[in-house]
Ligand binder design. Structure first.
Ligand SMILES: Cc1cc2nc3c(=O)[nH]c(=O)nc-3n(C[C@H](O)[C@H](O)[C@H](O)COP(=O)(O)OP(=O)(O)OC[C@H]3O[C@@H](n4cnc5c(N)ncnc54)[C@H](O)[C@@H]3O)c2cc1C
Length: 383
């Protein structure tokens, strides 16, 4: 009997990890991506030890750690620069997880995953328009495909989710909009920090190769765009502590990404229907505040690949993934609400609380991450 065939819908981090993980298990995989190329958006991605362990199972964990900048020192500041939490988490992270969270460029992670796939695996400019969960027939803009397994990794606006769960509520606007950009380091050392104001946030994450990934978020109505996104960022953050205004000033206005954040407020009843399995944002979009959207997609992919060739594999996949991802979605939403507070009294209370947490030391800070980071992937290969 030949290898089983999987069709993966979507060539994002979730879809590509699923393809790589299924290949490890001997599946014949085709990825359909509607975009003309896989040129990923220019932004950074933090990968926790949970995701790094899952990437180990696919064979790219070590390379992912090597291409990332590792910064054990991190903290939270107020908009005037006062530190609320400042901790060197290197020792407690190594003690607890034998690993650190790393920050990689999204494009480089995509290239790593592609390096695990035969060249003809990904079909770009190929939009999936219909899937039959009973037969595994997949209709695309470039013809029909047959599959034993269909992986719906088609993102937060998943057309497959809409078709197979008709009437299920769409992902909901979180109330926050985000900006992201990468710049070359303008000549001095930067640490990983996040600064909190009243509804606004600015994050700085050093990448390898003297680059810096910056992100910002703001409580704002959905759907706003600005002719000059950098001017809008400067308007919001020009009074914030150094180096935030300087970093915004150094950004290429053409390369600033601006996205509203949507999240899966209403959980799906299952992450599978017939031969179709949902993963990543198609199954459980979340606010980015814990940096776990892609990490959970990576976990999904490895768990799915470990179970997919069993007769009850997809039901087990739902059972393994739904409660965990639900917990992460909810925690991310809580974190989003915390940083989205706007009243002077609420933000003062929040800042005092964070300052108090910081006083307990770096081990206490790391302990907060345990429910998410303490996770181990199933083995995919005997090796
Ligand atoms: C500001 C911000 C910061 C973030 N930071 C982090 C972070 O630090 N760490 C982290 O882990 N996560 C982070 N995330 C979340 C992370 O980006 C997402 O959770 C992750 O990229 C989702 O991956 P995915 O593969 O599920 O979906 P997507 O990346 O959305 O990929 C879906 C793909 O499917 C394709 N597609 C859609 N429909 C079809 C179709 N019908 N046919 C064919 N192809 C189709 C799309 O073109 C797309 O390429 C952040 C998100 C935001 C907004």
């Amino acid at each position: 009997m030949g290898a089983k065939r999987a069709v993966v819908v979507g060539g994002g981090i979730g879809g590509l990890t699923a393809a790589a993980a299924l290949r490890v298990r001997g599946w014949d995989v085709t990825v359909c991506e509607r975009a003309a190329s896989l040129d990923p958006v220019g932004s950074g991605l933090s990968l926790g030890p949970n995701a790094l362990r899952a990437l180990d199972a696919v064979g790219v964990g070590r390379a992912a750690r090597e291409l990332a900048a590792i910064d054990g020192v991190s903290g939270i500041r107020r908009s005037d620069g006062r530190w609320l939490v400042r901790a060197d988490v290197t020792a407690p992270m190594m003690e607890r997880y034998d690993d650190l969270a790393v920050i990689a460029l999204r494009a480089e992670l995509v290239d790593l995953l592609l390096s695990r796939l035969p060249e003809d695996t990904v079909r770009t400019s190929t939009t999936v328009t219909a899937v039959d969960p009973e037969t595994g027939a997949v209709t695309t803009s470039a013809g029909e495909l047959a599959a034993d397994l269909v992986v719906a990794a088609d993102g937060v606006r998943s057309i497959i989710r809409k078709t197979l769960f008709p009437g299920h509520p769409e992902a909901r606007y979180s109330g926050s909009t985000t900006w992201r950009f990468v710049i070359q380091e303008p000549g001095r050392g930067f640490r990983t920090t996040e600064s909190w104001g009243r509804g606004d946030v600015f994050g700085i994450m050093p990448l390898s190769g003297k680059r810096i990934y910056c992100y910002a978020s703001a409580v704002a109505p959905a759907g706003q765009t600005f002719e000059d996104e950098r001017a809008e960022l400067l308007r919001r953050f020009s009074g914030w502590h150094s180096p935030i205004p300087e970093l915004i000033g150094a950004a290429d206005p053409e390369k600033i990404l601006h996205n509203d954040v949507y999240w899966s407020a209403d959980p799906l009843p299952a992450y599978h229907v017939g031969r179709v399995a949902f993963l990543g944002d198609a199954a459980h979009a979340m606010s980015p505040n814990l940096g776990q959207g892609a990490c959970q997609a990576i976990e999904d992919a490895v768990v799915l690949a470990s179970l997919a060739d069993r007769t009850d594999g997809l039901a087990r996949y739902t059972a393994a993934r739904l409660p965990r991802t639900r917990m992460v979605v909810q925690n991310s939403h809580r974190a989003s609400r915390l940083v989205g507070l706007r009243s002077p009294l609420a933000t003062a209370l929040r800042d005092t609380l964070m300052w108090g947490v910081g006083r307990f030391g770096s081990a206490a800070v790391v302990r907060q991450t345990a429910p998410i980071f303490e996770w181990s992937p199933p083995r995919l290969s005997a090796g």
